[in-house]
Design a protein around this ligand. Structure first.
Ligand SMILES: [Zn+2]
Length: 87
């Protein structure tokens, strides 16, 4: 009765570059060490996570992104907005 939306849960965050979810981009071990799921770890612990777009940068893409992070994040947000039609 109290479970109005039993299936309601936060979808996995996606890497802004490769679109992988944390589980597929090497967060399993570090998340397990912190007693979290990969999703929880990225949302709570990863500095690249952006709550507004629910995206993050996986380690691979973080290391490859040599442009300043702020500039890069803004670019990524703009392309996301264009993709999702605003909001
Ligand atoms: Zn990535």
């Amino acid at each position: 009765m109290s479970e109005i939306f039993p299936e309601l849960r936060i979808p996995s965050p996606r890497c802004r570059t490769c679109q992988r979810v944390p589980e597929d981009s090497g967060y399993l071990w570090v998340a397990a060490e912190n007693h979290m799921t990969p999703d929880e770890y990225v949302i709570q612990m990863d500095a690249t996570y952006v709550s507004r777009t629910h995206t993050y940068l996986c380690d691979e893409d973080y290391l490859e992104a040599e442009v300043p992070q702020d500039h890069w994040a803004i670019k990524a947000l703009r392309s996301l907005d264009a993709h999702e039609g605003g909001e």
